[in-house]
Design a protein around this ligand. Structure first.
Ligand code: FAD
Ligand code: MG
Length: 353
């Protein structure tokens, strides 16, 4: 064997050794936490993930936020060139070409409208605008309580059959109707952010957009993510119940998240489409645990509107979906698939089985 061949062989052996060494070090390296918070969709966004390569972790987070902003730019009711803004502005006038994202969410909205028998209605934009609690403004004066005749009039213009879909064009036939995706698009954005992270190889982490959460896989040590449902009492960060989750979404809708107060009465942002008023019943929050965040977002809003008995019954009949209902008088009810997995943290609450 010539000297040259010997040197080449030695080089190859060395390279293989380095490669094996590198791979072994990588395998036994502990995943590191990479995280970033950003203000998106009018709320606090939080993405945490575990990765052995912080550089690619940061890149993945940036791409996930980019995806969220893309969705916000299509579906916001306050960004003037968004699909939804344009669609509402052109109600009764002309059809508007929309992005595939907007179409996806509209189709889901229509599906949930049927499934919830109208309790979830993306066509109630005129009512939510009247109440003015769906969007926070810098204006220090809270919006006034709308007059009854204004509500009754707006309630006449929430018929989703007035929305025409023609390929990627949408048209609202009723000039007085408008679309509000505030109860569904945040969930879609979480799912899309999660998909972006997964496509980039991320296996452990979570995305949280103002309480619409998806936990990806399990924690790096293989244990489940521990999630809590927060106390609905103002200013309290107490956790009422804890639950262990893997690869799942958890979303809460409550009467304490956005509201105005007048004469000791709380007018919150979850509207009962049958009355045009904020849904009023025994509930203070509904938490949905399911396989997609878009479902959780919509079903938590819908179940809140339905109230305890109907809401619990609705959730009980759905696949891959569980619910935890908190009442104003501190009772907790849960659907059968999750009842035994709840850990009660606040002894003032009573868990009904
Ligand atoms: P949920 O219970 O999930 O939803 C309540 C919201 O859904 C209401 O606010 C209303 O919009 C709608 N809704 C009420 N009743 C019903 C019903 N019966 N059926 C269907 N829908 C109903 N907020 C800002 O302050 N500034 C912003 O710039 C801003 N931009 C946003 C952009 C987008 C694309 C989205 C989706 C939301 C934006 N928001 C903004 C709103 C914001 O973050 C809301 O608080 C949030 O969407 C409501 O979510 P939730 O989980 O708190 O309540
Ligand atoms: Mg929601």
């Amino acid at each position: 064997m010539s000297n040259k061949t010997l040197i080449t062989k030695a080089k190859i052996v060395l390279l293989v050794i380095f490669l094996i060494l590198g791979l072994t070090i990588y395998r036994f390296q502990k995943p590191q936490l990479v995280q970033e918070n950003q203000f998106v969709l009018g709320t606090f966004g939080q993405i945490h993930l575990y990765t052995k390569s912080p550089k690619s972790g940061n890149k993945a987070i940036n791409q996930a936020y980019q995806r969220i902003r893309e969705i916000e730019n299509s579906m916001s009711i306050i960004i003037s060139d968004s699909d939804i803004y344009q669609l509402n502005e052109n109600a009764g006038i002309k059809p508007i070409k929309v992005t595939q994202d907007t179409l996806n969410v509209i189709h889901k909205g229509l599906e949930y409208y049927e499934l919830t028998k109208g309790a979830f209605n993306i066509g109630l934009g005129k009512i939510s605008k009247l109440w003015g609690v769906n969007i926070e403004t810098d204006n220090k004066i809270p919006p006034a309580i709308p007059k009854e005749e204004e509500i009754l009039d707006a309630k006449k213009h929430i018929d989703l059959y007035q929305l025409e879909i023609n390929n990627n064009e949408l048209f609202i036939k009723d000039p007085k109707m408008s679309i509000d995706l505030g109860g569904i698009a945040k969930g879609y954005a979480v799912d899309e952010a999660v998909r972006t992270l997964e496509d980039l190889g991320i296996k452990s982490g979570f995305v949280n957009l103002g309480g619409d959460i998806f936990v990806l896989g399990s924690k790096p040590d293989g244990t489940a993510w521990q999630m809590g449902i927060q106390s609905p009492e103002l200013g309290s960060s107490n956790v009422i119940v804890k639950i262990q989750l893997r690869n799942s979404s958890i979303v809460t809708s409550g009467d304490y998240q956005r509201y105005i107060e007048k004469d000791n009465k709380r007018y919150h942002h979850i509207i009962d489409p049958s009355t045009g008023y904020p849904a009023e019943n025994e509930l203070t929050s509904v938490t949905i645990i399911s396989d997609t965040t878009i479902k959780g977002d919509s079903y938590s809003t819908a179940a809140f509107v339905m109230g305890l008995e109907k809401g619990l019954d609705f959730i009980e009949n759905l696949e891959n979906t569980e619910g935890i209902f908190l009442t104003k008088d501190k009772r907790i009810y849960a659907s059968s698939g999750i009842r035994d997995e709840i850990e009660l943290m606040d002894k003032e609450y009573k868990l009904f089985k």
